[in-house]
Design a binder for this molecule. Structure first.
Ligand SMILES: [Zn+2]
Length: 159
């Protein structure tokens, strides 16, 4: 599928769209949405698809793209354009569906743990917290802090 046909389907990735399609009560509509979702997943090279899945569920690096078909490459570029500004701001290069990673159970767990902590709290409420979870919470909080200082600085610069 070429990018002009694909463009309106670029965001979000099919893994999100597929979930939304599962909530659709009208089966005919759901079927169309599932087909769109499958195309979007392919374009994003979403790890939700077996051929793009990392060998280990916990791996954060995307699988190497398998298809070099020009139409597939074009669709993939169009999909990634949707996150171009995020990449410019963060310096993080995205090569696949970013939403898939945010739906990993350990990311959800870390997000919940971070949300449970109030500012300045030093301990996690969960006694079973592992070192990686604590590290993830620190990273989330550091990221939130950096975002706050960036916003404050921008506000002061703009008066
Ligand atoms: Zn996805």
């Amino acid at each position: 599928m070429s990018s002009e046909h694909f463009e309106h389907l670029a965001t979000p990735c099919g893994c999100i769209a597929e979930h939304e399609a599962s909530q659709e009560p009208d089966e005919a509509v759901a079927e169309v949405r599932r087909a769109d979702a499958a195309r979007m997943k392919r374009a994003w090279r979403c790890p939700d698809l077996k051929e793009f899945a990392p060998p280990d569920e916990d791996t954060t690096f995307p699988a190497e793209p398998l298809s070099q078909d020009p139409a597939d490459v074009d669709d993939h570029r169009t999909a990634l354009d949707a996150v171009k500004q995020v990449q410019t701001m963060t310096g993080v290069r995205c090569a696949t569906c970013p939403w898939w990673y945010t739906a990993r159970p350990w990311v959800i767990q870390a997000g919940r743990a971070a949300a449970l902590l109030s500012d300045g709290a030093a301990v996690l409420v969960d006694d079973n917290a592992t070192a990686p979870l604590i590290e993830a919470v620190h990273l989330i909080r550091a990221s939130q802090g950096a975002e706050r200082s960036y916003s404050d600085r921008k506000r002061k610069e703009n008066g």
